[in-house]
Design a protein around this ligand. Structure first.
Ligand SMILES: Cc1cc2nc3c(=O)[nH]c(=O)nc-3n(C[C@H](O)[C@H](O)[C@H](O)COP(=O)(O)OP(=O)(O)OC[C@H]3O[C@@H](n4cnc5c(N)ncnc54)[C@H](O)[C@@H]3O)c2cc1C
Length: 484
């Protein structure tokens, strides 16, 4: 049912006509996030400028039971910010102020639309930085990072968003504004901040975040090492960890990913190597020197064919530019692709990559791999051509890879979330009772189920009965029922 005019007028009265978008050409810009295969044009897009306005928008939604979806930069890769038909999108980009940097207590207070890299930019003059660093960090927002509990290359050593967020101010689905967590590290009672972190926008809208800042390391040593196979690279990762070293980052790229990234950035990766590892160490000079010697020895032991050490901050930035551009660069070698995100025990990396390669061959599709090897967090990129009718096969392969990770003792998602993409795969990882508990937690925050419905948990009786991707119910296809 389309939203009626009086409801639209309520939003306009609150925000002003300029901040309520209903022109179908402009609302189309919000039809998807980074999972571009799923698109729904929202009825209205609301662009509040203050937390109070966000609360006002949500109160109107609650009064009329209108579903709403929070949106940061729309870089999510699991369909978390996919609009709900007949619902509104609440865009948080205009809440983009750094409210405070407190170097003495090593904290920053931010509005949700501040970009991840913007936090470090604000902290850098004090010799501080914000550790979690998604590859999308130039554009993704701290609100989206909180919702997805985002990670990044340096989370191996420093942990995920949840380890760096002290407190959040949120608008609950009834429109009330509350603070979860506390700016002092200790607090009493259940950790509702922790419940909210990673809840993918299903429990409310973040309007303010207090994060922990870290001191910029004294030195960083970054090396790029080539290997004869991904398996050899995997063994290097295991041996580094077994030697008691916790690198700041260990990233792996296979030949296809290198081809794409190097073509886009010219960062200096070898085009004739089956696998490359980026290893970064940070800390004091003595610590880094000692660990670097050990890492080099381990690389040599596993047949490293080329080892390049960044000799300057520019060279380091260049190595990272290649790695961080890899997802987007894959667009150079394939018209369409799906970025998958799963986790496997680090010791099973080689085995899983072989299985993925075999699954790709069977599906007749190429799979590029670029991943956080130290965490066992895979990002297989399934390449396909929608114009050649390969979409369904690619989606099945992508879902199959995620479920393979669960079979291997890992997880359906490392950092990109479940969203709409993998909601129907949740029963492969969780039993009915577990899912029921999660649903009750969600209902505790949102009894009317208007806050980002259809995300994270399988929709009962439509896709939740069988693992796998969403399949429309015959009654839904006949137009007799709607998907909630
Ligand atoms: C090229 C590329 C590289 C990436 N690399 C990484 C990576 O290394 N690590 C990683 O973890 N992710 C990565 N991502 C995924 C993505 O950038 C992250 O999930 C990011 O946190 C999303 O932030 P966003 O602001 O774009 O959120 P959106 O995509 O707009 O939204 C994501 C989810 O957060 C919710 N949300 C957004 N803002 C709020 C808010 N204020 N309150 C409540 N809910 C909210 C939305 O409803 C949605 O469910 C990458 C994406 C791309 C395109």
């Amino acid at each position: 049912m389309p939203l009626d005019v009086p409801v639209r007028d309520e939003f306009v009265a609150l925000l002003g006509a300029g901040d309520v978008i209903d022109d179908p050409v402009r609302t189309r810009a919000y039809e998807c996030d980074g999972l571009t295969g799923s698109r729904v044009v929202p009825e209205l897009v609301l662009l509040p400028r203050t937390a109070e306005d966000v609360a006002g928008c949500v109160r109107i939604c609650a009064a009329h039971r209108i579903p709403f979806v929070a949106r940061g930069a729309g870089t999510g890769l699991s369909g978390g910010a996919l609009p709900v038909a007949d619902g509104v999108v609440i865009g948080l980009n205009r809440l983009d102020r750094v409210l405070e940097v407190d170097p003495e207590n090593r904290r920053a207070v931010l509005e949700p639309g501040v970009t991840n890299l913007g936090i470090t930019a604000a902290a850098a003059p004090y010799g501080l930085y914000y550790a979690p660093d998604p590859s999308s960090q130039q554009v993704c927002t701290i609100g989206g990072n909180v919702a997805e509990n985002s990670g990044g290359a340096h989370c191996l050593k420093y942990g995920f968003t949840t380890n760096h967020v002290l407190s959040i101010e949120v608008v609950l689905p009834d429109g009330s504004l509350v603070t979860l967590g506390s700016d002092s590290a200790e607090q009493s009672g259940p950790d509702l901040r922790g419940v909210f972190l990673g809840s993918e926008g299903t429990l409310g809208i973040v309007t303010k975040v207090t994060v922990r800042l870290l001191r910029t390391p004294e030195v960083m040593r970054t090396l790029l090492a080539d290997f004869g196979s991904v398996a050899d690279g995997g063994r290097v990762v295991s041996d580094i960890v077994a030697a008691g070293i916790v690198p700041a980052a260990v990233e792996m790229m296979d030949a296809l990913a290198i081809e794409a990234a190097e073509g886009a950035t010219g960062a200096g990766y070898s085009l004739d190597t089956p696998a490359a590892l980026v290893v970064e160490l940070d800390g004091t000079v003595e610590e880094c020197d000692e660990q670097f010697a050990l890492v080099k020895e381990i690389c040599d032991r596993h047949g490293c064919t080329r080892l390049h050490v960044a000799g300057s901050p520019e060279e380091r930035a260049n190595i990272w530019r290649g790695r961080k551009a890899a997802f987007a660069a894959v667009g150079r070698i394939s018209p369409d692709y799906i970025v998958q995100d799963g986790v496997v025990p680090r010791t099973r990396l080689a085995e899983v990559l072989d299985r993925i390669s075999a699954m790709g061959d069977e599906a007749g599709l190429r799979v590029a791999n670029v991943f956080h090897a130290g965490d066992g967090n895979l990002h297989p990129l399934v390449l396909f051509s929608a114009a050649d009718g390969e979409t369904e096969r690619a989606e099945e392969l992508s879902a199959g890879i995620a479920e393979l990770c669960v079979e291997m003792g890992g997880s359906l998602s490392g950092e990109h979330g479940i969203g709409t993409d993998k909601a129907c795969s949740m029963p492969t990882m969780f039993g009915t009772d577990d899912l029921a508990v999660m649903d009750r937690v969600r209902a505790g925050f949102d009894p009317d189920r208007i806050c980002n419905p259809g995300k994270l948990l399988p929709t009962p009786r439509l896709c939740g009965e069988k693992p796998g991707r969403y399949r429309p119910h015959p009654l839904e296809e006949a137009g007799l029922i709607d998907r909630l």
